[in-house]
Design a protein around this ligand. Structure first.
Ligand SMILES: Nc1nc2c(ncn2[C@@H]2O[C@H](COP(=O)(O)OP(=O)(O)OP(=O)(O)O)[C@@H](O)[C@H]2O)c(=O)[nH]1
Ligand SMILES: [Mg+2]
Length: 310
């Protein structure tokens, strides 16, 4: 473990890759090593702008990350990309697709792209991604972009990991908010209407409609338009993100947000670990013909023997 730290601090790809594999491991011995490693990198963490990119499949997240990532690299920044796939599509080639959708970034020495698997991760993919962000920060990346494919729950989960969440939508989003769920809107800091090249008029209309809707909902979210494919609107998107981030940092909101996220992530870990412990104890009842009630009672007794009298 300690051998990995110098490599991580130098952004050595092999060390980074090993560290992230360790973090994603379900194996108990690995989990202890991962905890030690995270403790060691913690001192070097916190320095990146953490940006989530969410939206329905095919909206253009990977294409946008390629364009935004190269924009940042041209500004002299180092960019890490964590692709999170909360569905089980990891074997379906979507991650492979991601690499081919980010050809320039994938080859650039100042970029690091890492797909995450959902399988075998303590508490789901979200927690491991949060730790991967910290490792990337220790490696000196200035911006960490987190792509998440899902709709609904996964954006909400990702909102607990990043400083700012970009929700990508298609032109036409203004009509019916395109199935953008109400709960989700409050988690997005910036709406990005992509593929404006396919219908500029509709995109502009969507921007106006979304702005009105957001004002009614009293959120401070902004709406930008871009064409990830044609590399248009990327600068405005980044300027908007920077403006939001700087304002948050100056007001102290960034620190508050990260502290609140840390608290919620503790709760996620705690629940995940408790659930794992409970399930492993429950396994010891296997083969016994217990009624559901008796099994539950015995399980609680075994877990909390000191509560027996109550
Ligand atoms: N016309 C147009 N097409 C785009 C634009 N951005 C992305 N696309 C295309 O949309 C398709 C999907 O793009 P991706 O970047 O893979 O979308 P994604 O959101 O990452 O998709 P998943 O990872 O599968 O969820 C590809 O064929 C892209 O070339 C754009 O601005 N304009
Ligand atoms: Mg993608």
């Amino acid at each position: 473990m300690s051998a990995l730290l110098p490599g991580i601090l130098q952004a050595d790809r092999v060390a980074l890759g090993r560290a992230l594999t360790l973090i994603e491991s379900y194996n108990k011995a690995d989990r202890h090593l991962a905890s030690d490693l995270l403790k060691a990198v913690q001192a070097y963490a916190g320095g990146a702008k953490r940006i989530g990119i969410a939206g329905i499949p095919g909206v253009g997240k990977s294409t946008l990350i390629e364009a935004l990532g190269m924009h940042l690299i041209n500004k002299g920044l180092k960019v890490a990309v964590l692709a999170v796939d909360p569905s089980s599509r990891i074997t379906g080639g979507s991650i492979l697709g991601d690499k081919t959708r980010m050809p320039k970034l994938a080859r650039h020495p100042n970029a690091f792209i890492r797909p995450s698997s959902t399988r075998g991760t303590l508490g789901g993919v979200t927690l491991a991604t949060g730790e991967a962000i910290v490792v990337c920060e220790a490696a000196g990346f200035d911006v960490v972009l987190v792509e998440t494919v899902g709709v609904g729950q996964s954006e909400i989960a990702i909102a607990d990991l990043v400083d700012l969440l970009v929700l990508m939508v298609l032109p036409g989003a203004g009509d019916d908010l395109q199935g953008i769920k109400r709960g989700l809107v409050e988690f997005a800091d910036i709406f990005c209407i992509n593929k404006m090249d396919s219908n500029a008029l509709l995109a502009r209309q969507a921007q106006a409609d979304l702005r009105v809707a957001l004002r009614i909902l009293q959120t401070s979210a902004d709406v930008v338009m871009c064409s990830a494919l044609r590399n248009e609107g990327i600068e405005v998107l980044w300027e908007t993100l920077e403006k939001y981030w700087d304002t948050m940092q100056r007001s102290g909101e960034l620190q508050n947000k990260r502290s609140a996220q840390s608290e919620r992530n503790f709760e996620h870990y705690f629940e995940a670990l408790i659930l794992m412990a409970v399930k492993s104890v429950d396994k010891s009842f296997q083969g016994q013909e217990l009624s559901p009630r008796l099994r539950a009672e015995q399980l609680v007794e075994r877990l909390f023997p000191h509560l027996q009298d109550q």
